[in-house]
Design a protein around this ligand. Structure first.
Ligand SMILES: [Zn+2]
Length: 219
């Protein structure tokens, strides 16, 4: 009914969309600026644990005020979790094109309070779309964030790292033992969150950890 009154619009060009669960038309999706592997590597080299991730693929550049920001914002705050499945399919294609292969997909968890406030984890929605596309299982009960990460603003670079690294816990380690894990997040800025989660997963027995994110923010 709502779709009749407000037909679904592409967040890029404003054109009508046939599917209300897709945020962009194909033309816009293929026009958005892609991120190169070299640029992602350069970002990760600044981390205290630059080798925590075996590979890291990021789909689009975050564009303040642009279509990628609108898509990410709608996915995260606009109660459009199903956008995650369409976005996840585009992310899966980028991962496959980069030669990625995984046995298990894990979303970066939200802290519990955030989860209940929002009702869903946007990274889980992306992970589900990726899982369907790659035909690989996805689990939300393996990588957990039992406590809130303290505000990072006043911390040194090293302290930021230990603050983030201590935030993750691994449940059901048998699920990751000897497996190639693919971690999924919506936005990559420094890469510290993904690298910290990868460190926890490797310590718990994962064979390797790849990462796949929707957008690269900051510089
Ligand atoms: Zn469009």
């Amino acid at each position: 009914m709502l779709d009749v009154l407000y037909p679904p619009q592409c967040l890029g060009c404003g054109g009508r969309l046939p599917d209300p669960d897709t945020p962009l038309c194909h033309r816009c999706a293929h026009r958005l600026e892609r991120v190169t592997a070299a640029e992602v590597d350069e970002r990760l080299e600044r981390l205290p644990a630059p080798d925590a991730l075996a590979t890291c693929t990021v789909l689009w550049r975050f564009d303040a005020g642009g279509a990628v920001q609108r898509v990410q914002h709608r996915l995260k705050y606009g109660n459009r979790p199903r956008y995650g499945h369409a976005l996840g399919r585009w992310m899966a294609t980028a991962y496959r094109d980069a030669g990625g292969r995984a046995d298990l997909i894990l979303p970066i968890p939200l802290h519990r309070a955030r989860y209940y406030e929002r009702g869903y984890n946007q990274s889980t929605m992306l992970a589900e779309g990726i899982a369907q596309s790659l035909d690989v299982p996805c689990r939300e009960d393996v990588l957990l964030r039992p406590r809130a990460t303290r505000s990072q603003t006043h911390l040194s670079r090293e302290d930021r790292w230990s603050n983030v690294a201590a935030a993750f816990a691994v449940e059901h380690p048998e699920a990751i033992a000897g497996r190639r894990v693919l971690l999924v997040d919506d936005v990559l800025t420094t890469g510290a969150t993904l690298a910290a989660a990868a460190t926890a997963l490797t310590a718990a027995g994962a064979a390797s950890v790849d990462a796949l994110a929707l957008a690269l923010a900051g510089r």
